[in-house]
Design a protein around this ligand. Sequence first.
Ligand code: IMP
Length: 425
Amino acid sequence: MAGVVVVGSMWGDEGKGKVTDYLAQKADIVVRYVGGNNAGHTIVYDGKKFALKLIPSGIFSGHEVIMGNGMVVNPKAFLEEVKYLNDAGIDTSRIRVSDRCHVILPYHLEIDELQEKRKGDKSIGTTKRGIGPAYTDKYSRIGIRMGEFVDEELFLEKLNETFPLKVMEYPELADLFTIEGIYNEYKEYAKKIKPLVCDTGILLDEYLREDKKVLFEGAQGAMLDIDYGTYPYVTSSHPGANGVSEGAGIGPLYIKEAIGIIKAYTTRVGEGPFPTELFDETGDFIREQGHEYGTVTKRPRRTGWFDAVVVNQSRRMSSLTGVSLMLLDVLSGLDTIKICSAYKYKGEIIHGLPSTVKGVEEVEPIYEEMPGWEEDITNVQSFAELPVNCQNYIRRIEELIHCPVVMFSVGPDRKQTVVLRDIEF
Ligand code: IMP
């Protein structure tokens, strides 16, 4: 009964797609358990680059893929992604969608937009995909679940209950949508999705009891966790391994390994505190070398030094058993590399993030400086081939985060991944 989970362990965009793709080769089933089409996973398949937002990247390996109850699914975006894959010759009949995941409807996107506007300079910088508003409805117990959505009568009944409540909160919605308009458009999407919908918790339990190898694919990053991220500059779910039970409908004891994906530096998109952020030419260098622009929104990502406090927080939340260190090649050419090992806060040394945004904004990173390396490492195939300074950098990261580096990556190609310890299901 073995599940392996791959989770982003910074603020998202760490390169999970590549590791998921690698592990998916060994898995029988791939499951996504959190988020919606706010995620952006880039996968290179058959020499072509694909960007997926909703459907688990295991789809490329021909596996059954499950979209768990913890997700919020925009039916229109989902069907567009299905078409995108079908047009490329990829079979999507093996997708299973949980009957308990919540549906994102067009008013959720509008609410996302309105909320951001109303917040003014305190806006979160969301992806405007309606994620927060859909989770809000879920927890307010007025959301529409997939099982209801694909039942024409129930869908209309639920819309009639929910939409007027939303209009009370956001009167602007009345000018933009009618129940009839939403119903007529979306019931057509529901018909197409219906054959894929089932109780994925039962399915998954059966597979795990049959000793099938299940890969859980995280989305976003642990620092966007609704409780342990930099609240309120977070997403509305639990992207780490801590979200698997909740979002896939199985207990935590099925998880054998939790692999954290980290970059050799740090990035963030959207607003919110970022202690090791760089505003100088080193930050620009990292952004350009690493092509740090958002997959979903194309926004330039904020860049900064590696922050061991952040990764330690992710390790704790997800019980990480190993990390995969991505984009190591991006740092080649820097004279000196800094690592943040702790923070100074109100005159004391601390090793965790303060719970308040104000606190995280006030921390002062404590840096260790290490000599960089000049060599091009993009063709390296083993740890021993790395320049000594690069080896030392990896070893120091392992010490600071209390977790072994089990893989590292020196370029976008599959061949540019070096595995130091095999991950077995
Ligand atoms: P939301 O998930 O669209 O509500 O956005 C909330 C915050 O999470 C914003 O700062 C987004 O930029 C960030 N975010 C959401 N999804 C991702 C992702 O897949 N990668 C990186 N950041 C993300």
